[in-house]
Unconditional design. Structure first.
Length: 291
């Protein structure tokens, strides 16, 4: 692997008529060499049959452009909540949806699936951890794929789980299949929770001591509209928020993170996606006031 390669991309859409092939074309138009996508709408669990999604055509285009499939990421539907068992029917549906999404992710040749840990909905952190562990164990006991689940760091609004490194470490330590569980670090989320993201070396040291950098599978690179510790989770374009371009650029180019895929989830400006401009800035390590 070329140690100078920067694995940078963004969230892309997957829609008719080209589906996955269209997702790859969109990523290439931004100058990306990785991407993140949902295998269906993020707000529900309705999913089109895999044979309609032009997966083979998309994978062929990836190969043509020399893009490493191991750096591509699927995001699970964010309505999946495995952090509480208040309603057993809803809990069971969440587990079934997670199991289906693992199989769908594997069908694309993708090895990493990001999952929001969920909300304990007022039942408490320990109940949330127990619910997550029980669900992950139940799903992974039966799963035959090699997809790893990257639990996303969250901003801590409401009863969100996974807002601290300690919570994520406890989940990983308790599951029966820890080799299948890792972390996706979101820069906006950890800043909004209250971590001093501008002190990147301290952040990474704390992460390593608490969870282990070997468990970090990918990063979401986002600025924030909020002050640190706000617990609000509102993404901003790179360099236009409270984190700032300099700190985010350090994350992207940090030598300890060089082999990890870095995905942008920053907001559109009007109807314009920002990713081509933001990826170019990160490649050049230079902020440009493009908005």
């Amino acid at each position: 692997m070329d140690k100078e390669t920067l694995y940078i991309g963004s969230h892309v859409s997957m829609s008719a008529p080209d589906y996955y092939l269209g997702s790859i074309k969109e990523a290439l138009s931004y100058g990306a060499n990785t991407l993140m996508f949902y295998t269906g709408a993020p707000q529900n669990t309705f999913r089109l049959p895999l044979e309609r999604l032009k997966i083979n055509e998309g994978r062929a285009l990836l190969k043509e452009h020399g893009i490493d499939e191991s750096k591509i990421v699927v995001h699970a539907p964010y309505i999946i909540n495995i952090a509480n068992q208040l309603n057993e029917n809803v809990y069971d549906l969440a587990k079934k949806a997670l199991a289906i999404e693992l199989v769908r992710t594997a069908a694309f040749g993708v090895k990493i699936m990001v999952l929001h840990p969920g909300s304990h909905v007022g039942t408490g952190v320990e109940n949330g951890i127990d619910s997550i562990v029980k669900a992950l164990d139940g799903v992974l006991d039966k799963d035959t794929t090699d997809v790893k689940i990257a639990l996303e760091t969250m901003a801590g609004k409401g009863g969100e789980m996974g807002s601290t490194f300690e919570q994520l470490a406890e989940i990983i330590s308790k599951v029966k299949h820890p080799e299948r569980i890792g972390v996706c670090l979101d820069t906006c989320h950890i800043s909004d929770y209250g971590y001093d993201i501008k002190d990147i070396d301290t952040i990474l040291k704390q992460f390593d001591q608490t969870i282990g950098l070997n468990k970090l599978l990918c990063l979401h690179i986002n600025d924030s509209k909020n002050e640190p510790g706000s617990h609000k989770d509102r993404h901003e374009n790179l360099g236009y928020g409270t984190i700032g371009f300099e700190a985010l650029n350090k994350f992207v180019h940090h030598p300890l993170l060089k082999d990890l895929p870095k995905l942008l989830e920053t907001p559109y400006v009007g109807e314009k996606p920002p990713y081509k401009e933001e990826i170019e800035m990160l490649k050049k390590s230079q902020f440009v006031n493009w908005r």
